[in-house]
Design a protein around this ligand. Structure first.
Ligand code: ZN
Length: 247
């Protein structure tokens, strides 16, 4: 006997009988963007059909209100316009349960952190005030985020300037891997450029004339950009020459 396997493909539209209402023709992409924004939506997906592209937008607050069924669909016509369809309406009755601390408690933590109280002390205070809440990691998170916001603090910049100053000189030849700072500007956390390298890194690159640069960000506590620069050889091997912390 042959076994038959039945595969049923469904999309979210089948869970909820959607009725699409033809509402508007947008002249161009800008108008479409304005309308989707006005309707508090964000793009969910783009599909390619015979007639062209079709964008689907869902409630921008879908994480907060998972029951909200509001959607927009924009079909791109060959003349550049977008036919807009609407389905459902915003339903923000039921909020998703959240692990976030209630605002009044967050405010107390932020105030304590602003006053220079260390996290362990804040934890003790919060435990005494709210013995029923298990909030140790959350206190740490709130306090950490708050410190990041306050990243231009004088203490941070002074420490950083001092750190750079101590590493300005090129290390002796027997210290190939010691970090030094050939150039730096550290006036403020928003006016920062610190170049770090070692003798070894510079030595490897001395015959190359190719410079490759790439940048990443948000990997440091202060969310500064980290620029990596180096060179490569004929085998496409990358040789780092140093990094720069910039803002
Ligand atoms: Zn909504």
């Amino acid at each position: 006997m042959y076994q038959t396997m039945l595969i049923i493909l469904t999309t979210d539209n089948y869970y909820f009988n959607r009725i699409w209402q033809d509402i508007f023709v947008c002249e161009d992409e800008n108008e479409l963007l304005a309308i989707t924004k006005e309707n508090n939506t964000c793009k969910k997906r783009t599909e390619q059909f015979n007639y062209g592209l079709c964008h689907t937008y869902i409630c921008a607050e879908y994480r907060k209100y998972p029951l909200c069924k509001f959607q927009l669909k924009a079909k791109h016509s060959s003349d550049g316009t977008y036919q807009l369809y609407l389905s459902g309406s915003h339903d923000h009755q039921q909020r998703n349960t959240t692990a976030r601390l209630p605002s009044p408690i967050r405010e107390v933590i932020i105030r304590l952190s602003d006053n220079g109280i260390v996290t362990s002390k804040i934890n003790k205070v919060m435990k005494a005030l709210h013995p029923d809440l298990s909030i140790v990691t959350k206190v740490m998170n709130v306090a950490r985020v708050q410190r990041q916001k306050d990243r231009s603090s004088v203490k941070f910049i002074q420490d950083l300037q001092q750190w750079c100053l101590l590493r300005q000189n090129v290390p002796p030849p027997n210290k190939q891997h010691d970090i030094f700072i050939p150039y730096y500007v550290a006036n403020d956390v928003d006016d920062l450029f610190i170049c770090l390298t070692t003798r070894q890194l510079l030595y490897v690159c001395k015959y190359s004339s190719v410079l490759a640069i790439d940048c990443t960000y948000k990997i440091t506590t202060n969310e500064l950009s980290l620029l990596v620069f180096g060179t490569s050889d004929y085998n496409r091997r990358f040789y780092p020459m140093g990094i720069c912390l910039i803002s």
